[in-house]
Ligand binder design. Sequence first.
Ligand SMILES: [Zn+2]
Length: 281
Amino acid sequence: MANIKVCLSFDFDAVSIWVGPRGTRSPNLISRGEFGAKVGAGRMLRLLADEAIPSTWFVPGHTIDTFPEICREIADAGHEVGYHGYCHEGPTSKRPLDEERSILLRSIECIERISGRAPVGHRLPGGNLGERWTRLLLEHGFSYDSSMAPHDFATTYHRLGDVPRTDAAYEFGREVDLVILPFDWNMDDAPYFSYEPGSGRPGLRSPDEVRQIWQDEFDYLVGRVGEGVYVLTMHPQTTGKGSRMLMLERLIAHMKSVDGIEFTTLAAVAEEFRVANPLPD
Ligand SMILES: [Zn+2]
């Protein structure tokens, strides 16, 4: 029997992505984030409740400050709430360390306010997970990051001290106590569905086509790999639309038809991995 953990994760960007990194003041685009917070997230919460599925939500502090009620509902329903920037800003070496730290702390405080606890999970809203940011996450007690995928279905540890040489082999650094849970764009709804005028991003793919890709990834994990973690990333403003919600219902039904599947949070998978694979002191 397969031993598969399925993690449904949600990046609850709401309007932060539009007014933050996209820098737009277009009411049309901002309304898409508003839809995610006022309609999409509620639909998603109802589906998760009906299916009795625990999940992980990466919520920017800006979303919590702007739409506190729905964020509180997420936490009250027992879903994990993880870090996703304050206004969807990614780490950058161009910002002084103090500023980076204050963005992190402000966002942690927002999450504590609605969930009663500090986040243990992190997903990059943008930028790259440089060494400085990795050290900050370690300093502030984060358990895992879900922003990259050195393995598509396995859990691993982050490293510090890589040396990206070009005149000789790449040198890998030492593993540190920050777990990596896979994130990859082929398992994210945004590139498939999110149409942004003028961006060159076509989006608007058929939900059936996307379900087939996600289902094939799942079937490969079950049939060829046999054990591991399956992480799907969705945005309430994107997958919260009717046709995509029906697609997600069908995908969940398919997953539930397989023995040995457990729906769980990323935090739970990270903790289990850490216990089973402790780093040497
Ligand atoms: Zn995001």
